[in-house]
Design a protein around this ligand. Sequence first.
Ligand SMILES: [Zn+2]
Length: 255
Amino acid sequence: MLLNDIVSILDNELDSPNVSDYCPNGLQLEGKSDVRKIVTGVTASLALIDKAIALNADAIVVHHGYFWKGEKQAIVGMKQQRIKKLLVNGISLIAYHLPLDVHPTMGNNAQLGKLLNIQNVKALSASKPDGIVMAGNLKETLSHSALSQLLSARLSHTVVSVGNKCEIATVAWCTGGGQHFIDDTANQYVNGQVIDAFISGEISEQTTHSAREQKIDFFAAGHHATERYGVKALGEWLMENYSLEVIFVDIDNPA
Ligand SMILES: [Zn+2]
């Protein structure tokens, strides 16, 4: 399949031209014009590129690509090594950041909700873009420690948490580095009930105080761990709908 066709299919499905972001979404580095095999992964690290080369992939699709707003522009050091490897091997880099967080079914947030079996999911309107924070009801009310154990088991990751509620019925979440959204979420309601807990990937020092002072339990379940599922779902969707071979590669990350 032609690279340009794949990119327009993805841009269109993820509505990426209409989502403002801190990086370019879509095709970031152009490789071979014909694509048969794609590797998907969370971050376009050197380890993922090496794996894509070993698998003979023609393109990589990731959540965390390159060219972030505010980063040094010169292509030197680590950045040069990664880009050189991609260009020398003719591998295209396709990246979707916020568009892949907020997609209503394949997005990181939607996928985490599905993994945790959360019911009556709504996007919280206080946070933009729409869908960056979602909320809903747990299948059954859980204690703080039971929810921590559920997250840890489903995501295969160590969970850092703040709070000790006995009954958590409603949760809101934003995958990855979305801990600051706790302040948009505290004292908000979903399905007529106050939100008991907020889940994200990472925790900052101030998140602890936000959680304690606004009486909302908080769980950091891993930036990488909470963001594996969007790009994986996108790859599966590509494979089901187009004649492409897509392989998800999980490069372990303790963060
Ligand atoms: Zn992220």
